[in-house]
Design a protein around this ligand. Structure first.
Ligand code: HEM
Length: 397
């Protein structure tokens, strides 16, 4: 039977096991790594599950990121369907618009600025640990540690007053939820945009020494574009990293031999962060639309067709990673696709890595007796969100 003759599937996202991707994905990757998939609106496109094919699609600019303009009802994710994209939201733009904005942003994400942030991250992490010790056990690791760290860091980087974090944390949680109504998502986007727009205007009037202040000095960008960029950075920058810190901690607690290895040799921290990114693959998928007929590994994807790229399936591909389903902090996990690949590869990856490398080891060092405070089955998993993780992680020490 020709591979394309296999019936279309729908994308499973619910993880039955806490850390492993839905088991169908491994089967399909073996059977036909590029196969037909039925989307929520009933149209048929493609699902890609092997590491090589996911990477090939992401590297190929004949696939567009402006998917919401081509197919109004793709699987539900940030910035699609009823949510009109704000100006400046370059995650969903193609060259040359994407190139112009990305270049301006790369100029702000400098090695120097990232280095300057490191001692600030260390201070922020220590501050949260002080607070946890002061309050005493038990605690919810998400609200006490994993979420405030990236929130504080992104506020500092952008120059957003942290006093406003309740507002944007609530709004961005609504935006990335799979369960919220479209009306609620629209309201959340509008609220965040109006908050950020005021901030941008104040920075235009009085320049500040932060990333938004830097963008506000540019006359190449409109106020709306800077506001949209700020929205993208705020939403992309803290839910993702927060979930990696919380789910990463949970994965280490559930794998005591890996935790022991990391504790015995702190130089493993960077590799452990990389392996957590690969093993946990918290972004379930990303979507592209073919602008012309493209052949990928012998399969023709026709112009206008939608392609869903399964990041968890690619990161567990045994052709790319030996013992791909094992969590091993000593492995070379580089080459995973958790930050994407190609022109849209995550702009904040260095920052996210730094936060993980600093926060996770500091947590286990300060609270060596850290353990779950509830039975495993009572940990609420984020199966309802586009970014996987834990809603809460009750811990004691
Ligand atoms: C893009 C993952 C942290 C800002 C992406 C993409 C992925 C990703 C998979 C590509 C999406 C696509 O191609 O469709 C992650 C993960 C993170 C993380 C797993 C944490 C562990 C951050 C942080 C920031 C950030 C901390 C900002 C400070 C962005 C931006 C883009 C992006 C601006 C769009 C880049 C472009 O379109 O050129 N991220 N991200 N991310 N990320 Fe991240």
């Amino acid at each position: 039977m020709h591979k394309a003759d296999l019936g279309p599937v729908t994308l499973p996202v619910a993880r039955h096991d806490t850390f492993d991707p839905p088991p169908e994905l491994a089967l399909w990757r073996q059977e036909a790594p590029i196969r037909r998939m039925t989307y929520a609106d009933g149209h048929i496109g493609w699902l890609v599950t092997s590491h090589s094919a996911v990477r090939a699609v992401l590297a190929d600019n004949r696939f567009s990121s402006r998917v919401e303009a081509q197919h109004p009802a793709l699987p539900h994710m940030v910035s699609q369907r009823a949510i009109p994209l704000p100006a400046g939201f370059f995650l969903r733009m193609d060259p040359p618009d994407h190139t112009r904005l990305r270049r301006l942003l790369t100029g702000q994400f400098t090695v120097r600025r990232m280095r300057q942030l490191e001692p600030r991250i260390e201070k922020i992490v220590a501050g949260r640990l002080d607070e946890m010790e002061r309050q005493g056990a038990p605690a919810d690791l998400v609200s006490a540690f994993a979420l405030p760290i990236p929130s504080l860091v992104i506020c500092e980087l952008l120059g957003v007053p942290y006093a406003d974090h309740d507002r944007f944390q609530h709004d961005s949680a609504v935006i990335v939820s799979r369960e919220e109504s479209e009306q609620n998502k629209l309201t959340a986007v509008a609220d965040l945009l109006s908050f950020l727009n005021e901030l941008v205007l104040s920075k235009r009037a009085k320049p500040t020494d932060d990333l938004l202040g830097g963008l506000a000095e540019s006359d190449e960008l409109t106020d709306e574009e800077i506001t949209g960029i700020a929205l993208l950075l705020l939403v992309a920058g803290h839910e993702t990293t927060a979930n990696m810190i919380a789910l990463g901690t949970y994965a280490l607690l559930r794998n005591p031999s890996q935790l022991a290895a990391l504790r015995a040799d702190p130089s493993l921290a960077p590799g452990a962060a990389e392996e957590l990114l690969r093993y946990l693959s918290i972004i379930d998928f990303t979507v592209r639309g073919a602008l012309e007929d493209v052949e990928i590994e012998g399969q023709t994807i026709k112009a206008g067709e939608t392609v869903t790229l399964s990041v968890p399936a690619a990161n567990r591909d045994p052709e790319r990673f030996e013992r791909a389903d094992d969590f091993d902090v000593t492995r070379q996990a580089g080459g995973h696709l958790s930050f994407g690949h190609g022109i849209h590869q995550c702009l904040g990856q260095q920052l996210a890595r730094n936060e993980m490398r600093i926060a996770i080891p500091a947590l286990f060092e300060r609270l060596p007796g850290l353990r779950l405070a509830v039975p495993e089955e009572e940990v609420p998993m984020r199966s309802d969100m586009a970014i996987y993780g834990v809603h809460r992680l009750p811990v004691a020490w």
